[in-house]
Design a protein around this ligand. Structure first.
Ligand code: ZN
Length: 462
């Protein structure tokens, strides 16, 4: 990397680290638990603190009211270069069980551990520590050069941990103001320690639930056993038909819209430091159990699933009851990839079940109809290569485009509502205990995270 603007910014970041940590500690002391109405004033206080901090960088920033917790929006002035929208969230998860915390969750501390220094406290990793990496990079850039290398908008939410009820209406109402050339999001992990990661494909979700009814009422298994149609046997047979012997989903058309992983992405995944053995052994597995012919990472990131999450019916109390139950129940979810369409897929799964019902059995569907497609980032955009180069320089380790088995809805919202691509770069580690007692963020993640953003901003503005 040959960018004369950058070296003094990186030096400034190194020199300013103690003050940056102090600022983060101040934000961490605000107990902004969004799901608990008792903490509404704390959420407002965190939003005010962030708006003031952005204003101190010379930004036009404010805490903006919503029917729920406020949003913080800030914009730079007339800086040239690309327009980047940065997203993070200032709200945090509840802290219970409190007795499992070794320190008070809202009295953050820097602690020495065998793996280096950590910032301990609720929100240290998710997401206050992460969002401040970007703010601090901008602060250093501004301090050294008097201006930022790009036109930057900040967008901080305070309801991410409680379902984001105000997010979509706020985005719709302020669409013009919030639309930039590219969104960047800092709320994800590195695939393994020290391996810079850009999350470029996140699986979507489909939920459904059904009840199979056999006889009109529960039956005596002596009177009707034999001629009786048992809905538990029906549902077990149908569920068993969902997958073939190779772990492939056997629902007709299920794989429509699924794409094979390109060789270059497979190469990056193979070079991601992913520890398959630990991943499997930590839950008692000796091998992956998904589709034959796909690696563990492909199964987790790039292949769809049809999962049975609950299966019940009949008598489940103590002792025996000689019953042929009237009904049996099943809950399923699918993880979606590529261009799979949740609505079309729901129809296919329902048709699969209905085609296999015995005469006299009926099925009723009680699905939650809010499916979400996978979020696949537009990695052909030049910003992805530029960011990968910047991250590789900072971490001295090839940055990789990774997938995520779960979802981060915000990336999809930026695309659907604002028509804006997103790039997810985060510096959290899997052992950060986000949402759990004793949450931490490595000081290394914080420090190198700030340096990473400085380099990414340089690369994006070059
Ligand atoms: Zn988060």
């Amino acid at each position: 990397m040959d960018d004369a603007r950058l070296a003094p910014v990186l030096d400034r970041i190194d020199a300013d680290l103690p003050e940056a940590l102090d600022r983060l500690m101040t934000l961490l002391r605000i107990p902004s638990i969004s799901t608990d109405p008792a903490h509404a004033a704390d959420c407002a206080a965190a939003a005010e603190w962030l708006a003031a901090d952005l204003a101190s960088l010379g930004l036009d920033a404010a805490s903006r009211p919503t029917p729920g917790h406020p949003m913080v929006v800030g914009h730079t002035g007339a800086e040239s270069g690309p327009h980047i929208l940065f997203y993070g969230h200032y709200d945090v998860q509840p802290v219970d069980p409190l007795d499992q915390w070794k320190t008070a969750p809202f009295e953050p501390e820097i602690q020495e551990t065998e793996h280096g220094k950590v910032i301990r406290g609720r929100g240290a990793s998710d997401d206050k520590g992460q969002l401040m990496t970007f703010v601090e990079a901008c602060r250093a850039w501004k301090a050294v050069h008097g201006t930022l290398p790009a036109r930057i908008s900040f967008f901080f939410e305070g309801e991410e941990e409680s379902g984001s009820p105000s997010l979509i209406p706020f985005m719709r109402e302020n669409a013009e103001e919030l639309t930039a050339d590219l969104a960047v999001i800092c709320d994800t992990s590195m695939v393994s320690p020290g391996v810079p990661s850009i999350a470029s494909q996140l699986r979507g979700m489909l939920k459904d639930e059904f009840t199979v009814t056999g006889p009109r009422i529960d039956l005596h298994s002596g009177h009707y056993g034999g001629p009786g149609l048992n809905p538990l046997r029906e549902i077990a047979r149908i569920v068993a038909s969902f997958h073939d012997a190779d772990g492939r989903v056997a629902v007709e058309g299920f794989y429509e819209g699924v794409h094979e992983v390109p060789d270059e992405i497979k190469r990056q995944w193979n070079n991601s430091g992913f520890d398959e053995k630990t991943y499997l052994e930590s839950v008692g597995y000796t091998r992956p159990h998904g589709e034959t012919g796909y690696s563990t990472l492909e199964q987790q990131w790039a292949r769809p699933t049809l999962e049975v999450n609950g299966l019940w019916g009949g008598y489940m109390g103590p002792g025996t009851k000689t019953v042929i139950p009237s009904q049996a129940h099943c809950k399923i979810t699918c993880r979606l990839v590529g261009d799979m369409d949740p609505d079309r897929l729901r129809d296919k799964i329902r048709a699969h079940v209905e085609a296999r019902l015995s005469p006299d059995a009926t099925v009723t569907w009680d699905g939650n109809l809010d499916g979400a497609p996978a979020a696949v980032m537009n990695t052909d955009r030049p910003e992805f290569d530029a960011a990968r180069g910047a991250l590789t320089d900072e971490w001295e380790r090839e940055a990789v485009l990774v997938g995520m088995g779960g979802s981060i809805p915000i990336a999809g919202f930026f695309k659907d509502i604002l028509g804006m691509d997103a790039m997810l770069i985060g510096f959290a580690n899997d052992d950060d205990a986000i949402h759990s007692p004793n949450e931490k963020y490595d000081v290394k993640s914080f420090h190198k995270g700030i340096r990473s953003w400085a380099r990414v901003l340089a690369a994006l503005s070059r």
